[in-house]
Design a protein around this ligand. Structure first.
Ligand code: IMP
Length: 187
């Protein structure tokens, strides 16, 4: 099978900007969940790079003697809302979290909140598992596209109404490994 041709891209959020903000988010989350056990719930596949860096940022926020800590566990869910296009389609839950989430503090780690439909479906699903608390951390927020109101507790960056790729986000499964967030240039 031949590879799809890539479009040129322009950087919207640089690698250093991403890493600085993630460090801040990690410190904030560490403070908020200090001495608690927290389940980081990654939404596959777009959140993987953010998830990995955020998990390390939470660890690095503790002091050297580790007198204060956050015990982190990892879980993943998978939802699908785009089918190789830049327009939303129906949201489906492909892989749900396990019963392990019952009675736990959960922090959903999302790549981007756009219409809000993915997050709404996920939160409804999680409520059936009776968690202790559910909060949301999204790297990117596109508030201008919201169709369903959602609460996002931790936001990395608010971005304009534009389709972005990189740092986990894809277009037709490409660009996920860019270390920055970019906008595709029309050709
Ligand atoms: P929502 O359900 O419309 O809020 O969309 C959430 C999901 O749509 C995200 O987890 C992404 O997978 C995808 N998505 C939304 N906007 C973009 C974008 O600009 N680039 C890539 N994926 C996006």
């Amino acid at each position: 099978m031949s590879a799809t041709k890539s479009f040129p891209e322009s950087v919207l959020i640089s690698e250093s900007c991403l890493q600085n903000r993630i460090r801040e988010l990690g410190a904030q989350i560490f403070t908020d969940y200090e001495n608690k056990e927290l389940v980081l719930l990654g939404v596959l596949r777009g959140s993987v790079l953010f998830f990995a860096d955020l998990a390390r940022a939470i660890f690095k926020a503790q002091d050297e003697n580790r007198t204060r800590e956050v015990l982190l566990r990892f879980e993943f869910v998978q939802l699908m809302s785009y089918q190789d296009s830049t327009r939303p389609s129906t949201v489906k839950l492909i892989r749900g979290g396990s019963d392990y989430l019952t009675e736990r503090h959960i922090l959903i780690v999302e790549d981007i909140v756009d219409t809000g439909r993915t997050l709404t479906l996920l939160c409804e699903h999680l409520q059936t598992l009776n968690p202790k608390t559910v909060k949301v951390c999204a790297l990117l927020d596109k508030p201008s596209q919201r169709q369903v109101p959602v609460v996002v507790d931790y936001i990395g960056f608010e971005i304009p109404d534009t389709f972005v790729v990189g740092y986990g986000l894809d277009y037709a499964q490409q660009y996920r490994n860019l270390p920055y967030i970019a906008v595709l240039e029309p050709i």
